[in-house]
Write a protein that binds this ligand. Structure first.
Ligand code: SF4
Length: 380
C-alpha cells in the first residue's frame, strides 16, 4: 500500500468539477469550522472564495502565530551540482540544455559551507540535479558528513532515493527531504518530463512513503505551479499530505508553492497564478493544516515576500544562489533559474523584524536534543 493506490482512486475531472462548483455558502461553512476537511479546503481554493480573502488572511495569520509564535525560520539553498540526466521542459538544468556543467568537489563543498556559515545560517537545503551515477548515493555519502560539520539541520532536494539509501543518509545526519511531485496529472507529467528516470511518475509519487518508512524528521511536498490548474494540483497535494500525516505520524511536514520561473530553454503555455491567488493558496493551506510548515523561496519578489512573512509562511530562504559554487565564487551562467528577491540575509532579517517577527537562524530542536537530560529536570 502506498499513496499510488489512493491516487488511482482520484479523478482529476471530478476534483475540477467539485472545485469550480463551490459556492459562497460552502466558503462560509469552511470559514466557520475549527477543523477543515478536504471539501472545505476545496471551497477555500475555489473562485467563490476570492471575496473572502481578507477573512482568510486574518485567520491564517492568527493560526500561524498561535502555532509557531512570532518567528520565521531562515534557510539557504546550497547547489552541489547542475548535472542532470533528465529532461524537464521547465528547467535550465535539463540534460539537453547546452549549459556549463559543474559538480562541486569535496573541497569546494567545504568552501561553500564556510561561506554560507559566515552569513549566520544553520539550516541548509542541499540541491542537486538528478544524476544517479555522478550525483547519487556515493556522492551524498561523502558530502553529507562534511556538510553536517557546519549545519545542524540539513534538508535534501535531490533525486528520489530508495528506502535503504534514505536510511543510510539518516544515519549520516540527514534531517529532511523535499520531493515535489510537480503535477499530479499523469498526462501533463509525461508531457513535461521527457527523458530520464524522472519520467517514472509512480517512483516519484511513492517517494514520501519511502521517507515515512524510515521516519525522516520532516518531508516537504508541493506541486510546481504553472504546469497545470493550480487549484486541482493543490487539492491533490493536500490529499497526499493528509494520507502521509495519518500513516507516518512520526514525521513533520512542510509545503512549498513554487511558481515557474524564467530559465534557459523555458516552457510555453504556463498556467499562471496571480499574486492574489498565491495568497489564497497559502491561507487555504494554513487553515486546512494549522501545524504544517509553509516555506517561501526567493523565487518571489521582495515586496510580495515581505507581505507574506506575516500571513502564514513559517520558513523563508534568503540570499539564495541557484548555481553550484555560487557563494564562494559567483558564476551566473550555471544557475537553475533567476531569483526575484536578491537582498542579503541581513536585509531580509531586518524586513522580518519590521513585521514584528523574530528571524530564527538555528534549529532549536536539534540544539535541545543534544543537551544532557539533566538540563530539563526540575530543581529538587
Ligand atoms: S527539474 Fe530537476 S530533474 Fe528536471 S531537469 Fe531540473 S534538475 Fe533535472
Amino acid at each position: 500500500m502506498s499513496f499510488y493506490s489512493v491516487w488511482e482512486t482520484l479523478s482529476w475531472d471530478d476534483i475540477r468539477l467539485q472545485l469550480y462548483s463551490k459556492t459562497r455558502k460552502d466558503v462560509e461553512v469552511a470559514l466557520s469550522k475549527q477543523q477543515l476537511n478536504t471539501d472545505d479546503f476545496m471551497a477555500l481554493l475555489s473562485p467563490a472564495a476570492e471575496p473572502y480573502l481578507p477573512a482568510m488572511a486574518q485567520r491564517s495569520q492568527q493560526l500561524t502565530r498561535q502555532r509557531f509564535g512570532n518567528t520565521l525560520q531562515l534557510f539557504i539553498p546550497l547547489y552541489l551540482s547542475n548535472l542532470c540526466a533528465n529532461d524537464c521542459s521547465y528547467c535550465g538544468f535539463s540534460m539537453s540544455n547546452r549549459l556549463k556543467r559543474k559538480t562541486l568537489s569535496l573541497a569546494e563543498i567545504e568552501e561553500e559551507c564556510r561561506a554560507i556559515k559566515a552569513k549566520g545560517f544553520d539550516t541548509l537545503l542541499v540541491v542537486t540535479g538528478e544524476h544517479e551515477s555522478k550525483v547519487g548515493i556515493d556522492y551524498f555519502r561523502q558530502a553529507l558528513p562534511i556538510i553536517k560539520r557546519y549545519f545542524s539541520y540539513v534538508m535534501f532536494e535531490v533525486q528520489p532515493l530508495s528506502s535503504d539509501e534514505y536510511r543510510e543518509l539518516r544515519q549520516l545526519g540527514l534531517d529532511s527531504v523535499m520531493v515535489y511531485q510537480e503535477t499530479y496529472q499523469a498526462n501533463t507529467y509525461a508531457k513535461h518530463h521527457l527523458k530520464g528516470k524522472k519520467r517514472d511518475f509512480r517512483w516519484r509519487l511513492e517517494t514520501p512513503d519511502r521517507l515515512g518508512e524510515c521516519s525522516i524528521d520532516k518531508m516537504g511536498l508541493g506541486s510546481l505551479i504553472g504546469l497545470e490548474d493550480w487549484r486541482i494540483d493543490s487539492t491533490f497535494t493536500a490529499i497526499h499530505l493528509e494520507y502521509l500525516k495519518r500513516r507516518y505520524w512520526r514525521s513533520r511536514y512542510s509545503l512549498s508553492f513554487p511558481r515557474l520561473r524564467p530559465c534557459a530553454g523555458g516552457v510555453d503555455n504556463i498556467q499562471s497564478m496571480s499574486d492574489k491567488q498565491l495568497v489564497q493558496l497559502i491561507c487555504a493551506y494554513r487553515l486546512r493544516f494549522p501545524e504544517v510548515e509553509l516555506s517561501l523561496s526567493t523565487r518571489e519578489e521582495q515586496s510580495l515576500r515581505d507581505g507574506l512573512f506575516n500571513l502564514g509562511v513559517t520558513s523563508v530562504s534568503a540570499e539564495s544562489k541557484t548555481q553550484p559554487g555560487g557563494y564562494a565564487n559567483e558564476q551566473h551562467e550555471l544557475e537553475q533559474f533567476s531569483i526575484d528577491d536578491d537582498r542579503t540575509v541581513n536585509e531580509v532579517a531586518k524586513a522580518i523584524k519590521a513585521k514584528g517577527l523574530q528571524p530564527v537562524w538555528q534549529d532549536w530542536l536539534n540544539e535541545l536534543s543534544a543537551m544532557p537530560p539533566e538540563t530539563f529536570s526540575s530543581p529538587e
